[in-house]
Structures are given as structure tokens and as C-alpha cells.
Write a protein that binds this ligand. Structure first.
Ligand code: NAD
Length: 385
């Protein structure tokens, strides 16, 4: 057995953890680049707290999931202002933009030199500038992963820039920051975390360390996603979901993902569906297809026992099987009111293009079995309505 495990330099977790931010920023210099989301007023006091310590702060707002253009604009602004430390407070979109900025502050050249699939895919040579990542959603775990996902609208796809050198120095996870999420966002981001935990658990690149992390994360997401959706002020459920999200990031960065995320890149580039909705909508059908394909083409695969274990963890029943996990997730998606992907512009005419791109996505390589064209089409047929 051989594996590596990498994560953010340090992780701080707990209600109120974000009070440490000013001290952490001050430890890296006097010029900060603050990346925030569409409602920067939520963190209005942070620039004031930084200013009171003599730290100059330039802000950059990310609305929506970031594109290469948005990231390039952020990099240009940070380079011009002599940034010493990047502070990214927001959802995955904001943290990913912050990670790209930190990477390109430390490396010469343009984003396209380093982007996978659509760029030159050059490896980064230098460790990113200090970056402090602070999630305000509970879903992506991007505070502890070493990639950043960017949309490329011209090519209708989402791709990553990826390197262990991009890991944030600090991940500050404060569940209190997630209480303001409305129901729909709680649902979609929570389903992203659940998907990441399941895909990393059944991945052919899983290891004993990620296994333990996934089991704990699945237990917490299983008992709390619905509770957090139904009552956003339930502190215990919010804490569970922040942990589930963090654990999903720890796991995905070290065990890779699977077919749901293989699809999520092209579907995210071709439709305007939020990443978490795409994940949640595909998850039960990808699980079903994987289990069926494993049973017929690789009946000795250890992944089959993994799927059964997911069933036991999510349902809490000792006799549950993989099919129970699928029904449990379908039931949860119905409660969360997840729409079909047609609502976001997907049509049957897109299936061939989507599957062609999905097959080349890096996440597909972690799927426990290679799915054929017909199996991939069938997943999309089920997720469209
Ligand atoms: P998001 O960052 O796109 O945010 C969605 C919306 O929620 C935004 O309008 C934002 O302003 C709002 N929001 C954020 N926090 C809020 C809060 N506490 N209260 C109310 N509103 C809030 O959503 P996300 O799901 O966190 O991130 C999605 C992005 O992350 C996608 O681009 C996806 O591809 C990427 N991603 C990256 C990784 C990684 O490892 N790098 C992993 C998974 C997903």
C-alpha cells in the first residue's frame, strides 16, 4: 500500500473561528487582496479590522462561478497592487478565484500556461503566495483542495488549474458563516459534499486515510443535510455540514472523484445549473449504473462492498445495501426539491457532446469502473427531468 496525503497548511474549525482572520492576515504582510462573493456587505467589518492593524486591503468581487476571464482580472489586480497575502471568504467560486490569484502571484506567465485541457497544462514551479481560505457555503471543501475550477465559456466547459503547490496556508472553517445560506443553496452545496464523499469512498484511488474521513463525513452529512435544509438556524446541523464539506475536500484531493464529477465539468460549462444541483441530480443514477456495471463486469471489485457500506451509513440500517443508498439519495433529492437538468437548458441533443467531454475529464479516472457510452447516456436520460 502506498499513498500520499496533502492538505492546507493548517485547518482551524469551529464557531467563531473567523475571529482569528485579522491576526492570520497580519502574519503575512501589510498588503492583502480580499476576494469576496456577491454580497460583500456580509463581511463588511473585515476590511475595517484589517485597516485598524495598518493592513491595506484591495477587494475583488466574484459573482457567479468564476470564468478564466474573471480569474485573469483578479490576478491582474492583485499583481498591480503588490499583494502579499490573499484572503478568500465565500463559496467555492470565491475560494477558487483566491487560489488562482495566490498561484499566479508566485509564478510568472499567464493562467493559460497552467490550465488543464484548454491550456498548456504546464506544472506550477513555485509555492503559491500565502492564501487564507474561508468557506461560507458547506459543500465544496475547496479550502483544502489543490485545484481551482474555472469556466471557459467559449468552449462550454469547466476546467481546473491544479497543483499541490496551490494548497492554502490556512483553511478557516466557521460554521456560523453558513447560517445565512437560503434553503436552495443549503441543498445544492450539501449535495456537492455528499457526492464528493461518496465518489472518494468508492474511488479506485481511495486509501485508508481518506476512507476514515469519508465514513465520518458521510455519517454527518447523512444525519444533517435534511435538518440544515429544514431549519437553517440549527447550529448542530450546520456544524455537521461544515465538517462534511471539509472532509469531502480532504478526501477528494487525495482519493480523486468519479463519473458524477466527470459529467459536472461539461454540464457546468454547457448549462447554467449550479455545480451542486448537477451533482445531486446525477448522483443516484451514477451510483445505480456503477453498481450494475460492477456486478456484471467486475463482480469481485471491492467497490461493491463500499456501495453497500454507503447504504448502511446513510440509512443507519445494518442490513442496508447499495440499492438502499440509491433510494435514500433519491428520497433526499425529492425532499430538497431538486429540479431536473432540462430546467437549466440541457436537451437530449446535447447527450453525445456531453458524454464525449465527460469521458476525457480527469475525474472519470477515479470512477470504480469504466462506464460505456450507453450507460452514460442512460444516466443523462434519468437526470434530465
Ligand atoms: P458559489 O461559491 O458559486 O456560491 C453560490 C452563491 O451563494 C453565490 O451567489 C454566493 O454569493 C452565495 N453565498 C455564498 N455563501 C453564502 C452564505 N453564507 N449565505 C448566503 N449566500 C451565500 O457556490 P459553491 O457551491 O460554494 O461553489 C461552487 C463552485 O466551486 C463551482 O465553480 C465548482 O466547480 C467549484 N468547486 C470547486 C472545488 C475545488 O476543489 N476547487 C470543489 C467543488 C466545487
Amino acid at each position: 500500500m502506498q499513498f500520499e496525503f496533502s492538505t492546507a497548511g493548517r485547518i482551524v474549525f469551529g464557531p467563531g473561528a473567523c475571529d482569528r482572520i485579522p491576526d492570520l492576515v497580519a502574519g503575512y504582510g501589510q498588503r492583502a487582496f480580499l476576494v469576496v462573493g456577491g454580497r460583500p456587505d456580509r463581511f463588511g467589518r473585515i476590511p475595517d479590522q484589517l485597516a485598524s492593524r495598518g493592513i491595506a486591503c484591495v477587494s475583488f468581487t466574484v459573482t457567479g462561478e468564476p470564468t478564466t476571464e474573471v480569474a485573469q482580472a483578479a490576478v491582474a489586480s492583485a499583481r498591480q497592487t503588490g499583494t502579499e497575502v490573499v484572503l478568500a471568504i465565500g463559496g467555492g467560486s470565491v475560494m477558487d478565484t483566491g487560489k488562482v490569484v495566490a498561484a499566479l502571484l508566485a509564478s510568472e506567465g499567464d493562467l493559460s500556461d497552467y490550465l488543464e485541457v484548454v491550456g498548456r497544462g504546464k506544472p506550477l514551479q513555485d509555492r503559491s503566495a500565502p492564501c487564507i481560505a474561508v468557506p461560507t457555503t458547506a459543500g465544496t471543501g475547496a479550502e483544502v483542495t489543490y485545484n481551482a475550477v474555472l469556466g471557459v465559456p467559449q468552449q462550454h466547459v469547466k476546467v481546473s488549474i491544479r497543483s499541490p503547490l496551490m494548497l492554502p496556508r490556512w483553511a478557516v472553517v466557521d460554521p456560523l458563516l453558513t447560517h445565512s445560506m437560503p434553503r436552495e443553496l443549503t441543498a445544492s452545496t450539501g449535495l456537492d459534499a455528499l457526492t464528493q464523499l461518496i465518489e472518494a469512498f468508492v474511488s479506485n484511488k481511495a486509501n485508508p486515510l481518506t476512507d476514515g474521513i469519508c465514513r465520518e463525513g458521510l455519517h454527518r452529512a447523512g444525519r444533517s443535510l435534511r435538518r440544515a435544509f429544514e431549519d437553517g438556524s440549527n447550529a448542530e446541523a450546520r456544524e455537521d455540514m461544515s465538517l462534511a464539506s471539509l472532509f469531502s475536500g480532504l478526501a477528494l484531493a487525495n482519493a480523486k472523484l468519479g463519473a458524477v464529477h466527470g459529467f459536472a465539468g461539461p454540464l457546468g460549462g454547457m448549462t447554467d445549473a449550479p455545480h451542486g444541483v448537477i451533482c445531486g441530480k446525477l448522483l443516484p443514477f451514477v451510483m445505480e449504473a456503477n453498481v450494475r456495471a460492477l456486478q456484471s463486469r467486475a463482480p469481485d471489485s471491492p467497490a461493491l462492498a463500499r456501495f453497500d457500506e454507503v447504504g448502511r451509513i446513510l440509512t443507519g440500517r445494518s442490513t442496508a445495501r447499495a440499492s438502499d443508498a440509491v433510494s435514500w439519495i433519491e428520497g433526499l433529492c425529492a425532499v430538497l426539491g431538486l429540479p431536473g437538468l432540462r430546467r437549466y437548458g440541457l436537451s437530449e441533443d446535447d447527450f453525445t457532446a456531453v458524454t464525449a467531454k465527460a469521458k476525457n475529464a480527469s475525474s472519470m479516472k477515479g470512477n470504480p469502473i469504466e462506464l460505456n457510452e450507453e450507460e452514460l447516456h442512460q444516466i443523462l436520460r434519468k437526470a434530465i427531468d
